[in-house]
Design a protein around this ligand. Structure first.
Ligand SMILES: [Zn+2]
Length: 337
């Protein structure tokens, strides 16, 4: 079941950007409590569709023709704003997964060091398409907002929309957008995915919506009024073969993704829980300048990534921003299956 989050006015988002971090209790200001309406997925889809009726009906027919199995039933906690997907079934082997392909998307680099900014596309054998993260804002192709000491380089063919197009997909074809977190190298183009169900950890979503300045500059992209979010708490299996793992540390409510591929086996997308192979040892890893949570939480999540990767026999752990590893990986249009 999906949750539709009632969008707020863009003007309010701008106001949030300009002010310093408000205490959480005051975050919604005069808006009152954030309203979240649970409603059946088909209602949410109809409610947000702005395309001509015929086009929408045609897409619905195509979707139905895929005869996809039902999404795992969420378990209601009793709170109207809470949706929890079914817990991950620990120990599931790759043969259980229905995922067919994993594409690693090059969404530009940061200099010095050719530091990659990845996105990930998962194509399930039932036809569903799942995107993980969307890279820096597409406006950075022409006018990057470089953080101190960094130079962002994105070629026109490296935007997420261009990468999808090269694989024969339109942004409207994406069924789920998994949001690892809202840093702007990961959420810069979320506003393109108005047809998708965006899935994020509740803790992260609520922190960002509270107006935290770290996520304010890019808020227009991830808090766009047309977007539809589902909030999850902890580890969940989104669809068979795609597991979301809560890995707070880099930011509260960060999530990593375990993809069970039929041939390769499990692949762990650590994302920014473990940005580089040199950070993979929980006991010895150094804190990174952009790590926001307390050290204990960062180490706990680093350990969680390596423990689950080992327990599941992961064939590969993909680190979030590791130039040396990235150069060795199979990147789109090639794929893992
Ligand atoms: Zn990052």
């Amino acid at each position: 079941m999906a949750v539709r989050v009632t969008p707020e006015r863009r003007g309010q988002a701008r106001k949030d950007e300009a002010r310093p971090t408000p205490p959480p209790a005051a975050a919604n200001g005069s808006r009152g409590a954030r309203t979240v309406h649970a409603q059946p997925m088909h209602e949410a889809r109809i409610g947000r569709c702005s395309r001509p009726r015929e086009a929408c009906a045609e897409k619905s027919r195509r979707r139905a023709a895929r005869q996809r199995p039902a999404v795992p039933a969420p378990v209601s906690s009793g709170r109207d704003s809470t949706i929890e997907f079914r817990s991950v079934s620990v120990g599931g082997g790759p043969q259980e997964g229905s995922v067919m392909r994993l594409y690693l998307l090059d969404l530009g680099v940061m200099q010095p060091g050719n530091v990659p900014v990845p996105g990930y596309l998962i194509r399930a054998d039932d036809g569903r398409t799942i995107l993980v993260d969307t890279g820096w804002p597409r406006s950075f192709v022409d006018t990057p907002r470089n953080p101190p000491g960094l130079s962002i380089e994105i070629k026109p063919e490296e935007t997420v929309a261009a990468r999808l197009a090269a694989l024969g997909l339109d942004v409207s074809d994406i069924d789920y957008l998994i949001c690892s977190h809202f840093d702007d190298d990961h959420s810069g183009n979320h506003d393109l995915f108005v047809n998708a169900e965006l899935v994020v950890q509740r803790e992260h979503y609520e922190l960002a919506r509270s107006g935290h300045p770290r996520f304010a500059a890019n808020r227009a992209a991830w808090d766009h009024p047309s977007l539809r979010y589902s909030l999850v708490d902890g580890d969940v299996e989104l669809v068979p073969g795609v597991e979301l793992l809560e890995t707070s540390g880099h930011v509260p409510g960060h999530q990593s993704v375990l993809v069970r591929l039929p041939v390769t086996g499990p692949v762990m997308l650590a994302i920014d829980a473990v940005m580089h192979s040199s950070m993979a040892d929980a006991a010895t890893r150094e804190m990174f300048v952009t790590d926001m949570d307390d050290e204990a939480r960062i180490r706990r999540s680093t350990r969680k990534v390596s423990d689950i990767a080992e327990a599941r026999g992961a064939a590969l752990v993909v680190y979030g921003h590791d130039a040396d590893q990235w150069a060795t990986l199979r990147r789109a249009p090639a794929f893992y299956e």
